[in-house]
Design a binder for this molecule. Structure first.
Ligand code: NAD
Ligand code: AKB
Length: 317
């Protein structure tokens, strides 16, 4: 069997750090090259190779792929929903051109696999709000959602036309303690744990009853690796798979935190991110992922809260 050599692009981000570390455990540190626009990352330091690189520079990317004998790419560099609404042109440009650069190189260099995440942000106000199905009305109203939906069809196109084995998940909002989130609407569900431990109070930028689909990072990393390791014939969806973990509101996560920190309090000051959250479904039907490659989440709100607080407290000690 050919030894895989993986390039993770956007490795210094919220998902990238944990995915790089998980891939290094499976494939060996030397076989997973981390790369990012950022010069370095303290959490990745000393764990394996790291190159500073801009995914928009196709020539540089191509040279790295050839020089490092790369066989797989995980593309995580993107601008997320909240930052995207502040700078729509930049979000569209990076989210589209970055993906097209990777897909072209994957085709030319006959890479074995490519991973590229989509998001629940593909759905818009006309999609079903509860248990939003894999195939439904999809009319996104954010530039981030538009770029993800277009990206899904580029992935499908490169698979159908050129046989590029590109796989994708529509992640919900991801919650983690290792690396900070990078400008999304669901970021409140990470900030709230930090603020609960630091100040005992959190001023939330969403209304208390804003339900959104969410997932704890260990489930997201496992889903990504399980998808990428599934036999090609099981992957029948070449746009992107719905993926579900849990759904909760700011009020519910605050109540769960109070079972650990009784004095914790929350207030609500909704801002522009409320409109983004209101345009997304409250829960996701991921039955196609469950049927086609056996997806099953492990964490619920209580299990995640236990783990988040325990790990953040250990880090602060
Ligand atoms: P992030 O913002 O935390 O990380 C993105 C990384 O990409 C950053 O380290 C940034 O420095 C890097 N980057 C930006 N521009 C670059 C460029 N031109 N060249 C190279 N690197 C560049 O994002 P994340 O939360 O880790 O998300 C990763 C992917 O997962 C994105 O495609 C995002 O849309 C998707 N996603 C994330 C979530 C979530 O909740 N975190 C949910 C759904 C989908
Ligand atoms: C965001 O809020 O933009 C991301 C996402 C759901 O894609 N977390």
């Amino acid at each position: 069997m050919k030894q895989e050599k993986i390039l993770v692009i956007g490795a210094s981000g919220q998902i990238g750090v944990e995915l790089t570390l998980a891939l290094r455990k499976i494939y060996g540190a030397a076989n997973v090259v981390a790369s990012d626009l950022r010069e370095q990352n303290a959490l990745l330091e000393g764990t394996g190779p790291y190159v500073s690189m801009d995914v928009m520079n196709k020539e540089m990317l191509h040279v790295q792929v050839i020089r490092q004998n790369i066989t797989q790419i995980y593309l995580l560099a993107a601008i997320l929903s909240a930052t995207g609404e502040k700078n729509p042109n930049l979000a569209w440009h990076l989210n589209m051109q970055g993906l097209l650069n990777v897909l072209d190189i994957a085709r030319e260099e006959k890479l074995t696999k490519v991973y590229w995440p989509s998001s629940i942000a593909v759905f818009g106000p006309t999609s079903p709000r509860q248990m939003c199905p894999q195939k439904t009305i999809i009319e996104p109203t954010t530039v981030y959602g538009i770029s993800k939906y277009a990206g899904e069809f580029w992935c499908n196109y490169y698979f159908m036309k050129f046989g590029v084995d590109v796989r994708s998940l529509r992640y919900p909002g991801l919650i983690s303690y290792k690396s900070a989130p990078g400008g999304g609407t669901t970021d409140y569900a990470v900030e709230i744990y930090h603020e609960a431990l630091k100040d005992g109070h959190y001023d939330c930028f969403l209304e208390k009853d804003t339900y959104l689909p969410m997932m704890y990072m260990p489930d997201a990393i496992r889903a990504t690796i399980e998808l990428m390791e599934a036999p090609s014939e099981s992957i029948k969806t070449r746009t992107s798979y719905n993926l579900s973990g849990m759904s909760f509101s700011p009020e519910e996560i605050a109540t769960e935190i109070k079972t650990h920190i009784p004095q914790f309090s929350i207030s609500y000051q909704p801002d522009y991110r409320q409109a983004i959250a209101n345009s997304w479904p409250q829960s996701i039907d991921d039955s196609v992922a469950r049927e086609e490659w056996g997806w099953k989440p492990e964490y619920n709100l209580a299990g995640m809260t236990n783990d988040m607080l325990e790990n953040l407290q250990t880090e602060n000690r």
